[in-house]
Ligand binder design. Sequence first.
Ligand SMILES: Cc1cc2nc3c(=O)[nH]c(=O)nc-3n(C[C@H](O)[C@H](O)[C@H](O)COP(=O)(O)OP(=O)(O)OC[C@H]3O[C@@H](n4cnc5c(N)ncnc54)[C@H](O)[C@@H]3O)c2cc1C
Length: 384
Amino acid sequence: MSFEVSLTGREQELVDIARAFTAAEITPNAGTWEHERIYPRDTQLAAAAAGLGGVLVPKEDGGEDVSHTGACRIFEELASGCMPFTFSMVVHNNFANSLARNGTAQQKQKFLPDLIACRKIGAFLLTEPGMGSDAQAVSCMARPDGDGWVLDGEKAWISSASHAGVLSIYAQTDPEKGWRGIMCFVIEAERDGVHRVGPYAMAGGHALGTGGFRFEGVRLTRDDVLLEQEAAFKGAMGGIDSARFFVGAMCTGMVNAALTRSLEYVATRPAFGQTVGDFQGIQWMLADVATDIEAMRLLTYSAADTWDKGGNASMAAAHAKKFATRAALTRLTDCMQVMGANGFKIDEVAARHFSSAKMCQFMDGTTEIQNVVIARGLQKQARG
Ligand SMILES: Cc1cc2nc3c(=O)[nH]c(=O)nc-3n(C[C@H](O)[C@H](O)[C@H](O)COP(=O)(O)OP(=O)(O)OC[C@H]3O[C@@H](n4cnc5c(N)ncnc54)[C@H](O)[C@@H]3O)c2cc1C
């Protein structure tokens, strides 16, 4: 890597652990997870045992308290082996961090030790079958009832839905208030009235266990409230900025792994009395891949750095996610192209990452929504 971020000693240690873990536990198994549609529970437990289950959680709550820049480097390493597995860990780590920072002492005691050890996996439930980009149009209803609420409705496109043990659920408690009426509840997935939907069959990325939840008369109490009215929607949108540059980091890891493999392949593949890598056309294609990796890294780590310094990272995160997901899709096809037909085999790293790169263009806001964020930011700047 020619661009390196500055990390603390412990952060660098965790990046090294993530790199070794990827080589030993993720890359050799990622193809099987995809072919057999396996959600790798055991690998999540092993990742937690290696220290990767609560990287953002404060030290006093049992976590590693790494910066978002440090977390990006960890997720970049893991995603070079398998992006869907990594995304399950990204959502889980974000969840544990949010619980540590917003939860009551009782909620932290109840859930955090199991989350940090990955004995239970966390899921973030905002999207619904009838709503994605327009997140304030939540239609899952938590109807006030005595001291608590009764929850009905459905959530869709939830990472780790197949196995999650703890759920943060965004539900409308007062439709007249619009987004201000949305609250966030944290409950165990085994509560009466909670039903899993799926997992979905997708174009790829099955290690993520993506699916939904249906709620039928689920009783919620005050103890289940994670974020109150107004704070819940603001919290969800605030967290999305960091999720966006984490996607940038994962894309960087995927394309870098594909470039490494393509360089190795073209150096030995014979054609017309030389190697494929001797053709300037092939060299230039890979040079363009390398240029985009540099740009993905700079945008991603600049957004993470802005966040870590307490700045407003919204526009930087949107630029990073938009560019990195577009570049990943284009450059992974280039990495496949230089390998000829062999690059199209699903066991080849670029081919396997290809569907994951497309997946990245939906999660945490589509490419078009990044443009909405950027355009709004530009207009605000122009108004002064
Ligand atoms: C693999 C995967 C995992 C996911 N994990 C989670 C999760 O854990 N939790 C969760 O809550 N959600 C999750 N999501 C859902 C994700 O956040 C939504 O897919 C995303 O917000 C887009 O919503 P949508 O798919 O309903 O698209 P829609 O909102 O229906 O959009 C359809 C199209 O219209 C475009 N569009 C919409 N609004 C505008 C606009 N204002 N201007 C221009 N174009 C627009 C979109 O860009 C898109 O191209 C996941 C999605 C995927 C694919």
